[in-house]
Ligand binder design. Structure first.
Ligand code: SF4
Length: 62
């Protein structure tokens, strides 16, 4: 599973960080980014939850 955060949509709510802090972090600009674009299998379920819960649909799957 590969993902990326589109900073054109991200509004920095932080929902993704709450749901999966192993994968998402906030940049100094206040937008989320993926620590790794290649998600380890053990974090895929939490990452999918973050994708579904992102209010801006900013997390994209490659
Ligand atoms: S939940 Fe979505 S909008 Fe909020 S910080 Fe994460 S990627 Fe950005």
């Amino acid at each position: 599973m590969k993902i990326w955060v589109d900073d054109g949509f991200c509004r920095g709510h932080g929902m993704c960080l709450t749901l999966c802090p192993e994968v998402f972090t906030l940049t100094d600009d206040g937008y989320a980014e993926a620590i790794t674009s290649d998600i380890p299998p053990e974090f895929e379920a939490a990452t999918r939850e973050a994708i579904e819960c992102c209010p801006e649909q900013a997390i994209k799957e490659r």
